[in-house]
Design a protein around this ligand. Structure first.
Ligand SMILES: *Cc1c(COP(=O)(O)O)cnc(C)c1O
Length: 396
């Protein structure tokens, strides 16, 4: 293997973060409290038009806090997009609630509003967590109005969608709560971290209280409720401030990476991209491609393995939650297998904000894979007749 590995979405830090860290250490606020933490929350609110934001130690913690604030009780049903990362279903389990999975629509790959509407005409949910997957906003306005009609508390999982917009409005502002993540692979990183957008000062205080071990107002160690140790460290908030100063540049970079892939690869028959519906602006966190099996007999795993041989990291799309062994008993609303089809036919490409010239390596390898493996096998399958779609599934 030659050269350094090209990762999917690596962190992008430089002297700006080092200077911030130096300031934090010299200031002595190496704790889950301090001036950087407050400034980070404030600047994030300004940039994203959030009324209030509580910085926490992960996006998962933020989703958990959203369910706490929404008053979820054991046995309550919480709707979740099936096509997403496991965190939003896991937090329902933390509260002994029951996750109900919803299929994706084809337009945005996110939770299908029509299915939600049909479901709520016959049944109920206490809350709904909608993910804006890969940075593409869901049809959140439609979803919000359905939730309002049926008294369902709406939560946005905007972990992957920081900076995405619908008609000029920042994602994260369309629901009562929105969770962000600053994990290492996200568009803006603090190494690990996240936070929750809330609407009022009162909810801000409540979230801060619950995420700081529910320390009472008394001077020493008084607890009336079970709390959590979820607060972000001031050290990480320092990194976050550095990252935030480059956020617009990162966004532009992500979108231009997508544009280069799309302009170059859409000449390959059978490679499909997720286009933005009118009014939707994705942050293009990861560039995803779906291979149309009818057009080219090339499995995403073929592409992923071929790139891996040349030290390039590509990955499958998220495996739908209703297909996860841990959630095999859960209900799935919708039966057209959209999420499963995306999972078996899709993959994501290196989309780092520091990708620069290396993108040509990725493109070159994709050309080789496409014309070497794809077209060849579609004309003449190897002896023994490899069934690509079943091979593809069993190899995951
Ligand atoms: C990353 C991610 C999370 C969780 O964030 P962490 O900070 O890793 O806990 C939640 N939902 C989605 C869709 C994510 O991609």
């Amino acid at each position: 293997m030659e050269g350094k590995r090209i990762h999917l979405s690596p962190p992008n830090l430089d002297h700006v973060e080092i200077e911030q860290l130096t300031k934090v250490v010299e200031g002595g606020w190496v704790a889950p409290v301090g001036p950087e933490l407050e400034t980070f929350e404030k600047q994030l609110c300004e940039r994203l038009d959030f009324p209030h934001f509580v910085a926490l130690n992960s996006g998962t913690a933020a989703l958990h806090m959203a369910l706490k604030l929404a008053g979820i009780r054991p046995g309550d049903r919480v709707g979740v997009s099936t096509f997403t990362f496991c965190a939003s279903a896991n937090v329902a389990i933390y509260e002994q609630a029951v996750p109900v999975f919803f299929e994706s629509e084809k337009i945005t790959w996110n939770l299908d509003p029509q299915l939600l509407d049909d479901f709520l005409k016959k049944s109920t949910l206490k809350a709904l967590i909608v993910t804006h997957l890969y940075g593409m906003p869901a049809q959140i306005r439609e979803i919000r109005s359905i939730c309002e009609q049926h008294g369902v508390t709406l939560i946005e999982d905007a972990a992957e969608a920081l900076g995405a917009e619908i008609e000029g409005h920042q994602v994260g502002n369309f629901a009562k709560y929105a969770a962000l993540s600053f994990n290492g692979n996200k568009i803006l990183t603090t190494g690990g971290g996240g936070g929750l957008r809330v609407e009022s000062q009162e909810e801000y205080r409540r979230c801060l209280y619950l995420s700081s071990q529910a320390k009472g107002a008394h001077k020493y160690y008084s607890h009336e409720e079970v709390g959590y140790n979820y607060r972000m460290s001031n050290v990480l908030a320092g990194i976050g401030l550095g990252q935030l100063s480059k956020f617009d540049a990162f966004l532009e970079k992500k979108r231009s990476v997508y544009q280069i892939y799309r302009d170059t690869l859409s000449v390959f028959p059978g490679f499909e991209f997720l286009e933005e519906p009118a009014g939707h602006k994705s942050n293009r966190w990861l560039t995803c491609i779906v291979i149309s099996e009818e057009v080219v007999e090339l499995a995403p795993t073929d592409v992923i393995e071929a790139l891996d041989k040349h030290n390039i990291e590509a990955r499958p799309l998220w495996k739908p939650l209703h297909l996860q062994p841990v959630y095999s008993e859960a209900t799935l609303v919708g039966s057209d297998n959209t999420a499963e089809n995306l999972y078996t036919r899709g993959f994501c490409l290196p989309s780092g904000t520091s990708l620069s010239k290396k993108i040509s390596n990725v493109l070159l390898r994709l050309f080789w894979t496409y014309f070497g493996v794809g077209v060849f096998f579609s004309v003449a399958p190897p002896p023994g007749g490899r069934n690509i779609s079943s091979w593809n599934r069993s190899s995951r």
